[in-house]
Write a new protein. Structure first.
Lengths: 150, 79
């Protein structure tokens, strides 16, 4: 595949996912300049929504190995969820707060579903840039059990 | 391993744009300030490893979506 021009917002990338094949516009692709821990080679993702999946969404890589994470708004899990951005985070996520999209990664296993409230993914929807944050001293659990997300 | 002696407010430069500065030294802890470009991940090692391992558990290259949704919406999952 040829390199996508950084300013060509109309080019289309075909993405194969567990729910089928999607055509994704370049303007929908979120770049993760530092990758995601464990998947540093994946630096471009797209956030897929579908009614069947709600309130979950799927954060799907469009570069490198086909990696996808189920994600959810952490406030749906803990209504008062609040994380403070560090100075470094602020330099990397420069949009105003209302343009920051917070997502918590969901781990589904046979016995239990948990949500990672410790290390949220934050997307600057203005600049389409995302990072998984690792706040120092966060008291939120890495594996917050959820009996059912519906 | 490269070994350096640094005093407070002295730093080490790694490649272009990465600077690690000693801010404070106490008996058994060193406070460091790291300046790095936005595409360089900088993390505490043990926190990084926890989150990396959790991401690996969470990554679902091929999700059995139907089974998953019935599981998630099913009543009385153990928790």
């Amino acid at each position: 595949m040829s390199m996508t021009e950084p300013h060509d917002r109309t080019s289309i990338t075909r993405v194969d996912t567990a729910f089928g094949t999607f055509d994704v516009a370049a303007s929908d692709i979120v770049s993760f300049p530092a990758g995601v821990p464990g998947f540093e080679e994946c630096r471009r993702f797209v956030l897929l929504s579908s009614a069947a999946l709600a309130p979950l969404q799927c954060l799907q890589s469009v570069e490198g190995p086909s990696v996808s994470f189920l994600v959810i708004d952490p406030r749906r899990v803990q209504a008062d969820y609040r994380c403070v951005l560090s100075d470094m985070d602020r330099r990397r996520l420069t949009a105003t707060d209302d343009a920051l999209l917070w997502l918590a990664v969901v781990t589904v296993e046979a016995e239990q579903t948990t949500v990672n409230l410790r290390a949220p993914v934050v997307i600057d929807s203005r600049h389409m840039v995302g990072y998984q944050l690792m706040p120092a001293g966060s008291l939120y659990p890495l594996r917050f059990p959820v009996p059912g997300i519906a | 391993v490269l070994v350096f002696t640094r005093r407070r407010n002295e730093s080490i430069v790694v490649a272009d744009g990465i600077e690690i500065r000693v801010l404070r030294v106490t008996k058994d802890a060193v406070r460091l300030g790291v300046t790095a470009p936005a595409d360089i991940p900088v993390h505490r090692q043990e926190v990084y490893e926890q989150i990396r391992d959790e991401n690996r558990r969470a990554a679902q290259p091929r999700l059995p979506i139907a089974a998953l949704l019935s599981h998630m919406k099913g009543p009385g999952s153990p928790g």
